[in-house]
Design a binder for this molecule. Structure first.
Ligand code: HEC
Ligand code: HEC
Length: 238
């Protein structure tokens, strides 16, 4: 990736941080009240049943159309959406605009404040080891940390060898357990995760705590800054 691209990514990160700062008034408690509307069709608790719509626990940072045992519309099943803050917010503004042909018949929230409150509440519906957001990292330090802490088990270059762990080129934003020729643990093979920022951060902080049964025998990176730096480095690998 060119330096200019990296710089513009950093700028985008700073602008994102500033705008999320401006939304600091979003209130998960108000969001929980608004979520009563969702409960007409969805359960929101961990392991809750699918009703007219799928269970939504942990839906943020997950791929669309993947809740077990739920029969989605073809439109939702075939969409390549990941439910991050932006796609989730767009969806609850106007579901049919985001997924044309979705069978979710819900008018949407017209007020930005309501959507921000709802998003804040949905951020709390997740496993504890996954953080709400990840700070912007430093690419060159990330490269150093990766060389010290990851390359014993992973290659990072394009087409790099599968060693003890899978090759990690272009992994950010991609589905888990997708590297050909790597024999994953059942835990990771069945996890159905997207390697979003928060999932990578949660996994790197404590692999076993994040994904019970993973064979990544790696004690984790305790420093949040190191994790953010490795993530920033991984984002350049594409
Ligand atoms: C009238 C019933 C109904 C209401 C009310 C409703 N939903 Fe849904 N929702 C559905 C259905 C049905 C689906 C499956 C859509 C499909 O397959 O096209 C769905 C799907 C979703 C998905 C995608 C899930 C996935 O696994 O990809 C999200 C996210 C979602 N709803 C969020 C919400 C939120 C947030 C609210 C409240 C603001 C809400 N829904 C209110 C019926 C509803
Ligand atoms: C001791 C070896 C070891 C170290 C050190 C290690 N990992 Fe791993 N990692 C693995 C193994 C093994 C897997 C496959 C896990 C499974 O199948 O459960 C894995 C899986 C992963 C995955 C998921 C890949 C996929 O295809 O879904 C990511 C992302 C990852 N590691 C990142 C890292 C990063 C970044 C570091 C350094 C900070 C690191 N790992 C350090 C062994 C290691």
């Amino acid at each position: 990736m060119k330096i200019a691209n990296i710089l513009s990514l950093c700028m985008a990160g700073i602008i994102l941080m500033m705008s999320s700062g401006a939304m600091a008034t979003s209130d998960p408690v108000k969001g929980e009240k608004l979520a009563k509307k969702c409960k007409a069709c969805h359960t929101l608790d961990e392991g809750g049943k699918n009703r007219l719509g799928p269970n939504l626990y942990g839906i943020l940072d997950s791929p669309a159309g993947k809740v077990e045992g739920y029969k989605y519309s073809d439109a939702m099943a075939a969409s390549d959406i990941v439910w991050d803050a932006a796609t989730f917010t767009d969806f609850i503004t106007k579901p049919r605009k985001v997924v044309k042909g979705t069978k979710m018949s819900f008018g949407g929230f017209k007020k930005a404040q309501q959507r921000a409150d709802l998003l804040a509440y949905f951020k709390t519906l997740r496993h504890e080891s996954a953080p709400a957001s990840v700070p912007v990292g430093n690419v060159s330090n990330g490269m150093i940390v990766a060389a010290k802490r990851c390359t014993v088990c992973h290659t990072f270059d394009r087409g790099g060898k599968v060693t003890f762990g899978p090759n990690l080129y272009d992994m950010v934003g991609k589905p888990s357990a997708a590297i050909e020729g790597y024999n994953y643990s059942d835990a990771l093979a069945n996890a159905n995760l997207m390697w979003t920022d928060v999932n990578i951060d949660g996994f790197l902080a404590d692999p076993e705590g994040f994904l019970k049964g993973t064979k990544a025998r790696f004690p984790g990176l305790k420093s949040a800054q190191d994790r953010a730096d490795v993530l920033a480095y991984m984002k350049t690998l594409k």
